[in-house]
Write a protein that binds this ligand. Structure first.
Ligand code: UDP
Ligand code: MG
Length: 311
C-alpha cells in the first residue's frame, strides 16, 4: 500500500465464489450506478477460495477501478464468512452488502443511500418475488423461514443479504463474535432503525448458484441452533407428554395386577421400547448438535483466513 486513500462514504462488500466469467460486466454495472450517485465509494471484493480464476478477474478489475480492494481467502469458507472478511475491511460510513451475480439489482442503490441519508440505520431490500427459482427451492425457503420464526420469533420472510448498514450497525455486528455466522439473522437481531424496500430477484447473470443442498441444510441448522434453544425445551415438553402416558399405563398395569389378570402385553413392551428408544436417541442427538455448536465457539478459531489482500 503506497498511500492511504481517504475514507470513502460508502463501502460495497461483495463475496464472490466462481464468478469470474461475468465479473467485469457486473462491476461495470455496479460502478456506473455508484458513480451516478456522486458519493465516494470503495468496493471490497472477497474471493471465497474460488476454484476458477475469480482472483485474477478481481486483479484485472482492480487495474480498471482504483476503488476496488481485493481479498482472497485461503479456501472456501462459505458466503457468511466471506462476508465477514469483507465487512472487517470495509471503511465506509455506510456499508452495502450485495451478491456478485447481479441478482441484487444495483439500480436500487441510489434509493438505499437516500434512505440512509434520511436517517435509516439499516436499509434492507426485501424479496417481493424470488426470481424464477424452482418450486422446490421456494418451498424449502418457506418451510425454513416458517420454522425459524416459530422457534426464534425473528421473521425473515423475504429477507435477503442485500442491505445497507450504517457504521454504527456494523460496529455492533462486529461485537457479536460468534463463529457460526448467519448474517441475515444476526442483522435482524441487532435491531436499529430499519427501512425495507421491496425488490424482484433478478436472474443470475451467469455461472450457477454455489450452494449445495448440504450447505443449505448446514446453514439452516446453524441459523436455528445459534438463534434459539427452543428445540432443547421442546424435548422437555415431549418428555412431559411421555411422563403423563407413563402414569396412565402404570395405573392400568397395577390395576390389572391386583385384579388378578396381569398383562400379557408383549406388544406393549416392544412398542414402548421402540418409541422411547427413538425419543431418547433423538434428544441425545439434539443435545449433540448444541454441544457441537459450543465446541465450535469454544475453539475460538478465526472465521476465515486471508491469503492475500490488495488495496
Ligand atoms: N458465495 C460465496 N461463497 C460460497 C457461495 C456463494 O461467496 O461458498 C457468493 C456468490 O459468489 C454470490 C453470493 O455468495 O455472490 C450468493 O451466492 P449464490 O448466487 O450462489 O446464491 P443464491 O443467490 O442462489 O442464494
Ligand atoms: Mg445468486
Amino acid at each position: 500500500m503506497t498511500e492511504t486513500p481517504q475514507q470513502p462514504v460508502l463501502s460495497v462488500v461483495i463475496p464472490l465464489y466462481r464468478e469470474s466469467a461475468h465479473l467485469s460486466g457486473t462491476m461495470k454495472e455496479i460502478v456506473d450506478v455508484l458513480k451516478s450517485t456522486g458519493v465516494s465509494f470503495e468496493i471490497v471484493l472477497v474471493d471465497d477460495g474460488s476454484p476458477d480464476n475469480t482472483w485474477d478477474a478481481i486483479l484485472e478489475q482492480k487495474k480498471q477501478y482504483e476503488q476496488i480492494q481485493g481479498v482472497r481467502l485461503s479456501r472456501n469458507f462459505g458466503k457468511e464468512s466471506a462476508l465477514a472478511a469483507g465487512l472487517e475491511i470495509a471503511r465506509g460510513n455506510a456499508i452495502l452488502v450485495m451478491d456478485g451475480d447481479l441478482q441484487h439489482p444495483p439500480a436500487l442503490i441510489p434509493e438505499m443511500i437516500q434512505h440512509w441519508r434520511d436517517g435509516a440505520e439499516v436499509v434492507e431490500a426485501v424479496k417481493r418475488t424470488r426470481g424464477n427459482e424452482t418450486r422446490a427451492n421456494r418451498l424449502r425457503a418457506q418451510l425454513f423461514y416458517g420454522i425459524f420464526r416459530r422457534l426464534t420469533g425473528v421473521d425473515l420472510h423475504g429477507a435477503s443479504d442485500f442491505k445497507l448498514m450504517d457504521r454504527r450497525v456494523l460496529d455492533a455486528w462486529r461485537r457479536l463474535c460468534e463463529r457460526n455466522l448467519f448474517f441475515r439473522g444476526m442483522n435482524a437481531w441487532l435491531g436499529f432503525r430499519r427501512v425495507q424496500i421491496p425488490f424482484d430477484v433478478a436472474e443470475r447473470v451467469g455461472g450457477q448458484t454455489g450452494w449445495s443442498l448440504a450447505q443449505l441444510i448446514k446453514l439452516a441448522m446453524t441459523a436455528v441452533t445459534s438463534f434459539s434453544s427452543a428445540p432443547l425445551y421442546l424435548m422437555i415438553v415431549v418428555a412431559s407428554g411421555f411422563a403423563f402416558l407413563a402414569l396412565l399405563l402404570g395405573v392400568q398395569t397395577v390395576y390389572l395386577k391386583f385384579s388378578g389378570h396381569a398383562v400379557d402385553g408383549f406388544t406393549t413392551v416392544i412398542l414402548l421400547i421402540l418409541i422411547l428408544g427413538s425419543v431418547v436417541m433423538f434428544g441425545l442427538g439434539l443435545m449433540g448438535v448444541y454441544i457441537a455448536r459450543i465446541y465450535d465457539e469454544v475453539k475460538g478459531r478465526p472465521r476465515y483466513v486471508i491469503a492475500e489482500l490488495v488495496k
